[in-house]
Write a protein of this length. Structure first.
Length: 242
C-alpha cells in the first residue's frame, strides 16, 4: 500500500482552482518534495492531506485511510510542522515538548522517555531550558519538528522547513531531515531547488494546481534536457522543456 495516494484531488476557492485534479502517489518511507512557484497549490495540497481543509472533489488515501471519510484515523497517523512557527514562545523548549506529550495523554514515564529520545535525535540539549520565543529561527524549527514527531507519525508534512534560514542552519536541518529518512514518510514543500534535489527520493512539480511532472531529480533533469535542476524547473514551469 502507498503512504499517500491522491485521486482527482481538487480544491476550488470561488473562481480559483487551487488544486486541479491532482493524482499522485507517495511510497512508504519516501522523502517526497512538492515544488512550484507561488500560488501553484502546494500549501492547499498539504492542507487537504492533513485534513485542515476539505477537497471540493476527489479523495486521498493516507496509509489507506480516506481524508474525506476517515478524518480521525488520518489525523492519528500524521503530523505537520507548519510554515508559520508552531512553538509557544513563553514556554521553554522542554515545556513545549511536555505540552504536546500532554495533548497525547502520555504517562509521566512515556513523556520523559519521549522527550529524552527527541532531545537527542534533534540535538536540543543545549537549548532545553531556554524560552522558545528567544531561540533563533533554526532552533525554533528544530523544536517544531521535534513537537511534530512526538506522536510517532507515519507521515510527516514539512511545509518550507528552512524558509528564511541561513545557509549553515539550513545544512544542519538537512542533516536532521536526512536522519529521519526511512523512519517516517516525509512530504516536504520548498522553494529551494537545491533542498529538493539534495533530500528527495522523488519530486512533484506543480503549476496552476496541476501536476507537471513527478520523478527523481535526475529523471526530471533528463526530461527537461537540462544540466542542473534549477534550469530543469524553470524550463518545465515555463513550458520550454524539450
Ligand atoms: N483560503 C483561500 N481562499 C481563496 N483563495 C485561496 C485560499 N488559499 C489559497 N488560495 C489560492 O489558491 C491558489 C494556490 O495557493 P497555495 O497557497 O496552495 O499555493 P502555494 O503553492 O502553496 O504558494 P506559496 O508558494 O506562495 O505558498 C492561489 O491562487 C491562492 O491565492
Amino acid at each position: 500500500m502507498e503512504a499517500i495516494k491522491t485521486e482527482g484531488l481538487t480544491k476550488k476557492y470561488r473562481d480559483v482552482v487551487a488544486v486541479d485534479n491532482l493524482s499522485l502517489s507517495v511510497h512508504r518511507g519516501e522523502l517526497f518534495s512538492l515544488l512550484g512557484v507561488n500560488g501553484a497549490g502546494k500549501t492547499t495540497t498539504i492542507k487537504m492531506l492533513s485534513c485542515l481543509t476539505q477537497p471540493t472533489s476527489g479523495d486521498a488515501f493516507l496509509n489507506g485511510k480516506s481524508i474525506c471519510r476517515d478524518v480521525a484515523a488520518v489525523k492519528s497517523i500524521i503530523a505537520v510542522s507548519p510554515q508559520e512557527t508552531a512553538v509557544a514562545p513563553g514556554l521553554t523548549v522542554r515545556e513545549n515538548l511536555e505540552l504536546i506529550c500532554g495533548v497525547h495523554g502520555f504517562s509521566k514515564e512515556k513523556r520523559n522517555a519521549k522527550i529524552s529520545e527527541l532531545t537527542e535525535l534533534l540535538e536540543l540539549n543545549e537549548v532545553i531550558k531556554k524560552k522558545a520565543g528567544k531561540l533563533s529561527g533554526g532552533w525554533q524549527r528544530r523544536l517544531s519538528i521535534a513537537m511534530a514527531l512526538i506522536s510517532e507519525p507515519e507521515i510527516l508534512f514539512l511545509d518550507e522547513p528552512t524558509l528564511g534560514l541561513d545557509v549553515l542552519v539550513r545544512s544542519d536541518l538537512w542533516e536532521l531531515i536526512r536522519s529521519l529518512k526511512g523512519k517516517v514518510t516525509i512530504v516536504l514543500t520548498t522553494h529551494y531547488m537545491e533542498e529538493a534535489e539534495e533530500l528527495s527520493d522523488r519530486i512533484a512539480i506543480m503549476k496552476n494546481g496541476k501536476l507537471l511532472i513527478c520523478d527523481s531529480a535526475d529523471k526530471i533533469k533528463e526530461a527537461a534536457g537540462a544540466d542542473d535542476f534549477e534550469q530543469a524547473f524553470v524550463r518545465l514551469v515555463k513550458g520550454e522543456s524539450k
